[in-house]
Design a protein around this ligand. Structure first.
Ligand code: DC
Length: 225
């Protein structure tokens, strides 16, 4: 591996994305939002008019799709074939679509190299479901972040409300439970903590408290100051 990697895995809404962004900023490391890649494949498939069950077609898109991640006014921007799809990939529907295609082994295999290419000096924070188990098994530090299903649904609800979306808490709870069940039960790369992962339950903790804990763990392993 060309650069040290911190992996952050866990279920939807556990705060992985925010944690990863804070730690990457602290360390000055690159960031891989692997969930965005699954969301992008599903969206690219829709845009191409691919059949919803076309596994090989989606796997090809995983390799060939033109994706760019950037930052504008301190916010993440995602381009697919030059088109700004930042908001389009963040809807609950896009998350469900991603979770569906993510269960296909050929698609996961097709995304492996693309994900590993993000491990560039000085280091990488990789956020997802199988970062520590499959994609970066030799990572220097592995975090598995959880939170109760109720708290995760509430966090997502508040996020959507902040963005001005009209969300229903009960519908969100149901969707999160469905997605967790699918991501955990699939045969390939299911959502499980790596054997050598530090498991952190963030229920009742602020994201700042969780980040401080992870930054301290990395310091002890001399990953950063
Ligand atoms: O982290 P996220 O909500 O953006 O991920 C969307 C879906 O993609 C998630 O429900 C499961 C899938 N996924 C995956 O299977 N493996 C990853 N490393 C990241 C996401």
């Amino acid at each position: 591996m060309s650069a040290p990697v911190l992996t952050v895995d866990g279920p939807s809404g556990s705060g992985k994305g925010t944690l990863s962004t804070i730690v990457a900023h602290h360390a000055g490391w690159h960031l891989l939002d692997s969930g965005a890649l699954y969301r992008l494949v599903a969206l690219a498939g829709r845009k191409r008019g691919l059949d919803q069950d076309d596994v090989e077609g989606h796997a090809r898109l995983a390799v060939t799709m033109d994706v760019r991640f950037g930052v504008e006014h301190e916010a993440e921007r995602v381009l697919l074939g030059g088109e700004d799809v930042t908001d389009a990939i963040r809807t609950e529907e896009a998350g469900q679509d991603a979770s569906r295609v993510a269960a296909w082994p050929p698609l996961r295999a097709a995304l492996l190299e693309r994900q590993r290419a993000f491990a560039e000096p000085p280091g990488l924070v990789a956020d997802g479901r199988d970062m520590g188990t499959v994609v970066f098994p030799d990572a220097a530090l592995k975090i598995f972040l959880t939170a109760s299903a109720e708290e995760r649904a509430l966090r997502r609800y508040n996020q959507l409300k902040e963005k001005g979306s009209n969300a229903s808490l009960s519908a969100l709870s149901r969707e999160i439970a469905e997605r967790d069940a699918r991501d955990s039960a699939r045969a390939v790369a299911p959502l499980v903590p790596a054997r050598d992962a530090e498991v952190i339950d963030s229920t009742g903790l602020s994201i700042g408290e969780v980040a401080a804990r992870v930054i301290e763990l990395g310091r002890r392993r001399a990953l950063w100051r």
